[in-house]
Design a protein around this ligand. Structure first.
Ligand code: SAM
Length: 244
């Protein structure tokens, strides 16, 4: 069927390419990619020789409109260098415009480092906010952190090794010294999850910036200590006093 196929790829382990993703990469008429050299490798794994076009959301609009035109009669696949397209990766404007034009749009779900890291962190998963990459300038970074200080949710950030220790310290300063996890190299040979308070993690990575790809997961602000049974009984009695 013609339309737009959002295809998730592996985040490090080529074995995580799903059979359905491989099939669409073979059968699509064209694949919109970030970097043709990176995606060529995955296409070989999938046994696909489908033509590729480089696509970014800041590519010129005429390229995007041409792709949306093609979706009327052809299957256009969207693939990122790693993981799920649109998640700190290009594609949002392509999906938006495909929808506006009434094209068929579907997703072939698969790995995303944010979700994998969340599941590895040991932190609450019932409510979380994906923060992507923090701004690189200190003031913009601190403003972004301050915006979410009161939020009762686990926070998920993409981060680079070079910036890690400085970011962890800034996070501790803005959010308080919460429990956190630094998750590296998911699905690869040197996968590692380090847990601890933000300040302990900042100290750990302070002298030696870690290699590889990194996700930082931070737990929600500390809960007030649980009420004792006596407190609960007192509250119940007070509430019942107001019953008719
Ligand atoms: N679209 C991708 C996804 O769904 O995960 C994310 C793309 S973003 C440009 C790349 C960032 O994702 C890296 O800098 C790193 O923070 C994170 N990342 C990607 N692969 C990872 C892995 N195997 N382990 C840990 N983090 C990873």
């Amino acid at each position: 069927e013609p339309g737009l196929y959002i295809v998730a790829g592996p985040i490090g382990n080529l074995g995580d390419l799903t059979p359905r993703a491989a099939e669409i990469l073979r059968r699509a008429d064209v694949i919109a990619v970030e970097d043709t050299r990176v995606s060529a490798k995955l296409l070989r794994v999938a046994g696909a020789d489908t033509p590729m076009v480089p696509y970014h959301d800041h590519s010129n609009e005429s390229l995007r409109l041409r792709l949306v035109e093609r979706m009327a009669g052809e299957a256009v696949a969207l693939l990122s260098d790693a993981g799920t397209p649109l998640i700190s990766d290009p594609g949002y404007k392509l999906v938006r415009d495909a929808r506006a034009a009434g094209r068929f749009v579907t997703s072939l779900p698969g790995p995303s480092a944010a979700i994998a890291a969340l599941t590895l962190s040991g932190l609450p998963t019932d409510r979380f906010l994906f923060m992507g990459f923090l701004p690189s300038k200190a003031k913009a970074r601190d403003d972004a952190l301050r915006e979410v200080t009161g939020l009762r949710a686990t926070l998920v950030f993409y981060e680079s090794g070079a910036r890690l220790a400085e970011s962890l310290a800034a996070m501790a300063a803005a959010l308080g010294d919460r429990d956190a996890a630094v998750v590296r190299e998911i699905s690869k040979r040197f996968e590692e999850t380090a847990t601890g308070t933000l300040s302990a993690l900042a100290a750990r990575y302070g002298d030696a910036p870690p290699r590889g790809e990194i996700v930082v997961v931070i737990g929600p602000p500390g809960e007030a200590p649980a009420a004792s049974q006596d407190d609960a009984d007192a509250a119940l009695i007070a509430a019942m006093a107001h019953l008719p």
